[in-house]
Design a protein around this ligand. Structure first.
Ligand SMILES: [Zn+2]
Length: 239
């Protein structure tokens, strides 16, 4: 029931997503610090199901009017598997096409760079334990989570070619070298493939928010920022 409603909500969101061209009408502002003082609340699986159910039952389709094309992450069976922390993998979880594409194409590359940093071997299978993707646009309309363009990562669980399986927990400071390498790679990827300037001139802080922010000690916010002609659009948070 829950999953069907979630899917229904996604389809409605896509059908009603006639407003895509509006995404190009963006004004620019200078990049400011401190825009992520409060992390947007990402929805738990129950909250996500309620979010779609409410929209469907109340006819509040505005909150499903994503500006960017949406798809599903099949957490149990896709090449990169995953689960919301503390829950089983979901057959389908809503995600923006661009974040899914970047995850599929580039996340293994950046996890491999991270493994190289810690002599972790060659990546065979990647699993992501996360703390959510979708945020409520009514509360945080400018967050990348409002568009399913960000994922809060708790851990990468890596199986290497030697068959060794290891969980790299983000909040464990011993894994900082691993995550420093990952974030530097991801920032470079976002810069090269999405036209985003380096945030504060720093690849490490481009497309991710981590331990430098007090709200991001327990998860790594990882996004594909909204960039127009090499600049961030002011409608959205930079990361
Ligand atoms: Zn986040």
């Amino acid at each position: 029931m829950t999953k069907r409603l979630t899917l229904t909500g996604m389809i409605i969101g896509m059908i009603l997503n006639f407003n895509v061209s509006a995404s190009t009408q963006v004004t620019f502002s200078s990049e400011g610090e401190g825009e992520e003082r409060e992390h947007a609340h990402t929805l738990s699986p129950e909250e996500e199901a309620n979010y779609y159910r409410e929209a469907y039952q109340k006819g509040n389709f505005e909150i499903l009017n994503f500006r960017f094309q949406q798809t599903d992450w099949r957490e149990c069976t896709d090449e990169i598997t995953g689960n919301y922390s503390g829950y089983n993998c979901a057959n389908r979880r809503g995600i923006s096409v661009i974040l899914k594409d970047f995850m599929d194409a580039y996340m293994p590359i950046c996890v491999q760079e991270a493994l190289d940093e810690v002599d972790g071997g060659q990546l065979d299978q990647l699993h992501i334990i996360h703390d959510g993707i979708l945020g409520d646009r009514r509360h945080s309309p400018r967050s990348m989570h409002a568009e399913n363009r960000a994922i809060d990562i708790d851990s990468f669980v890596v199986t290497n070619y030697a068959g060794e399986k290891k969980r790299y927990l983000y909040e464990d400071v011993k894994n900082r070298p691993f995550y420093t390498a990952f974030r530097s790679c991801w920032g470079r990827i976002v810069h090269e493939n999405n036209g985003c300037p380096y945030y504060a001139g720093n690849p490490l802080r481009t497309g991710s928010i981590g331990w430098e922010d007090k709200n991001h000690r327990h998860h790594m916010h990882t996004s594909v920022p909204y960039c127009v002609r090499g600049k961030y659009g002011s409608y959205y948070y930079n990361r």
